[in-house]
Design a protein around this ligand. Structure first.
Ligand SMILES: Nc1ncnc2c1ncn2[C@@H]1O[C@H](COP(=O)(O)OP(=O)(O)OP(=O)(O)O)[C@@H](O)[C@H]1O
Ligand SMILES: O=P(O)(O)OC[C@H]1O[C@H](OP(=O)(O)OP(=O)(O)O)[C@H](O)[C@@H]1O
Length: 224
């Protein structure tokens, strides 16, 4: 396989020769140690204890990194039941909302071992200049275009020339805003990309400096 989509945590655990080339922004979760509240409060206390996980390589590498020797108990699922069943003293597992841990009577301790999300990966066997590398690059660009399109909106507005410098500071765009003449003397039309989550604030500010006919529209995809 030359290219694929997986979770960052699964990539680290699989120990395959592949590298992450694009974070995809969905399937976000953190990977944490957890135990019964008050039972274990820090990584050092894992020394000599049993840790259940479905990600043994990832956890093994982390324990080695922090210099703690623990016994790994490899489970394929329902890891959160391991402490209650007496199979382990702690677990290391995926946490998103924390509901699974809470309903299992467990609490995280320490910092997250890893922040994960879905990622595009490329095999280390794909050599530069090969057909596979060219195909992966096209896929990478197309996916990146969709990710950028989701993060930004198109902002169009009419602006008095006297206020345009102030308006440009509010909408610098990714490269530069597009400015077109308007039939109305002393006014220009401006188009720029703006981060989606900043759009309401930018619209308020543009209105304040004198811009009018402020329109926001979504992008489907782009190549920037
Ligand atoms: N609740 C979740 N929210 C976000 N991502 C998650 C969640 N659960 C698992 N993932 C991600 O999904 C990928 C697959 O993980 P995993 O195989 O452990 O999922 P699972 O649903 O627990 O699988 P299974 O049901 O086979 O045990 C991983 O990258 C993991 O980070
Ligand atoms: O923090 P939360 O929002 O509760 O999510 C985390 C849980 O989600 C996944 O399990 P999933 O429900 O997919 O099933 P599984 O237990 O069979 O792995 C994961 O293995 C955790 O147990």
């Amino acid at each position: 396989m030359d290219v694929g989509i997986t979770g960052r945590d699964l990539l680290h655990d699989s120990v395959v020769s592949a590298k992450e080339i694009l974070p995809l922004g969905f399937g976000r979760a953190s990977f944490y140690y957890a135990s019964k509240p008050g039972e274990i409060s820090g990584l050092a206390e894992l020394e000599g204890r049993r840790v259940a996980t479905s990600y043994p390589n990832l956890v093994d590498a982390h324990l080695a990194e922090v210099g703690v020797k623990a016994h790994l108990v490899r489970l394929d699922g329902a890891v959160e039941t391991a402490v209650e069943l007496g199979v382990a003293d702690a677990i290391a597992d995926v946490v998103e909302t924390g509901i699974t841990l809470k309903t299992s009577g467990l609490e995280t301790f320490g910092k997250p071992i890893l922040k994960s999300e879905a990622v595009l990966i490329q095999s280390e066997r794909v050599t530069e200049g090969s057909d596979a590398a060219a195909a992966v690059e096209i896929l990478h660009r197309r996916l990146q275009g969709v990710l950028i399109a989701r993060r930004y909106v198109i902002l169009d507005f009419d602006c008095p020339v006297s206020a345009q410098e102030e308006a440009f500071r509010l909408v610098p765009g990714i490269e530069s805003p597009t400015v077109s003449p308007l039939a109305r003397e002393g006014w220009v039309a401006v188009r720029s990309l703006v981060p989606r989550d900043e759009a309401p604030f930018v619209m308020d500010e543009l209105w304040r400096v004198g811009a009018r006919a402020i329109l926001v529209s979504s992008l489907d995809t782009c190549r920037i």
